[in-house]
Write a protein that binds this ligand. Structure first.
Ligand code: ZN
Length: 316
């Protein structure tokens, strides 16, 4: 499967001129770094991402537009690799990249963005194992997804995401912050990187599935028996599975917008992972550590919310 995906990327970047231009432009973008606690946030001035950041995701707007993840509405040049056993997906090159290799993995059927089927976690982990150079990620319907009406994961080369390196530091996960564990791995929580998160690592795929589903149920209950607001990032290094879950409390910061002290920021999993695609040049230049911290504080769950989820996890 990895080989098929590599060939797909190569073919699309060669044959589809609009997209090869977008990837070439990504190679020339301005970057800037901001240090937040023990973590790094890489800012990427990326005007192409405006369509995603500024996407209207209310029900009326979604109904009024043709869904860009449905095959019938996609350009003739856009190819797909089909994948999946129980649930079926098409793997495609994302035409508006943040990563130098950026994939969209969407359901074949037009069906809502939701992680409330355990099979979704099974699929996410398997995708990560099959694509070891990639981080597979998921944006909840009110947490950065620009097509919340059509189920999709995304994936990008993980060497571009600071979080994938930072979480490997064992000092972030002292024993008293571990929720569950065995000889093969653990699930833990931390806010040492300036935002609350759950982290799991294990060599065992079944244990990884178990941690993911248990956490999802604990979050479901903490969100009042509703689909939790969340971003999920997941990868496999050839030996271990790594999953990071960010429970969210807001879709966008209260200064979301353009002009007059506002900024066009709509954080999703990649932003949670420490790579911010900023579509407005003025925002890119103005962003500093205080603003970065403020955005994470506003959109990530607070400590009380974390405690609630952890209590629910232990109750089960
Ligand atoms: Zn669709």
């Amino acid at each position: 499967m990895e080989q098929k995906v590599r060939e797909l990327i190569k073919r699309q970047l060669h044959d589809w001129s609009a997209v090869s231009e977008n990837y070439a432009a990504l190679g020339r973008v301005q970057l800037r770094e901001v240090e937040l606690d023990q973590s790094l946030v890489v800012l990427q001035y990326n005007p192409q991402r405006r369509r995603s950041t500024a996407a209207k995701v209310d029900e009326a707007s979604l109904k009024a537009r043709p869904c860009f993840l449905c095959r019938d509405n996609q350009p003739a040049e856009q190819e797909a690799v089909e994948w999946g056993s129980t649930l079926k997906y098409k793997i495609q090159v994302n035409p508006y990249p943040i990563f130098s290799q950026h994939l969209t993995i969407s359901a074949l059927e037009h069906s809502p963005q939701s992680m409330m089927k355990p099979q979704r976690f099974v699929d996410m982990l398997e995708l990560a194992r099959l694509l070891p150079d990639f981080v597979v990620f998921y944006n909840g319907p009110q947490c950065g997804a620009s097509a919340p009406d059509h189920f999709h994961f995304q994936a990008g080369n993980r060497d571009m995401l600071p979080l994938c390196f930072e979480v490997l530091d064992d000092s972030l996960w002292p024993m008293e912050q571990r929720i569950e564990g065995d000889d093969h791995g653990f699930i833990a929580f931390s806010n040492a990187l300036g935002r609350n998160m759950f982290f799991m690592r294990t060599t065992e795929e079944l244990i990884a599935q178990l941690y993911c589903v248990r956490l999802q149920v604990a979050m479901y209950e903490a969100y009042g028996d509703a689909e939790p607001m969340e971003n999920i990032l997941c990868w496999h290094d050839g030996n271990e599975f790594f999953v990071v879950v960010f429970p969210r409390r807001a879709h966008r910061p209260d200064f979301y917008g353009e002009g007059d002290g506002k900024m066009l920021l709509s954080p999703g999993a990649v932003d949670m992972g420490g790579l911010w695609a900023v579509p407005v040049e003025d925002d890119f230049n103005r962003l500093d550590v205080d603003t970065v911290r403020n955005v994470y504080d506003q959109v990530c769950i607070d400590n009380a919310g974390m405690i609630k989820i952890i209590d629910n996890y232990f109750k089960r």
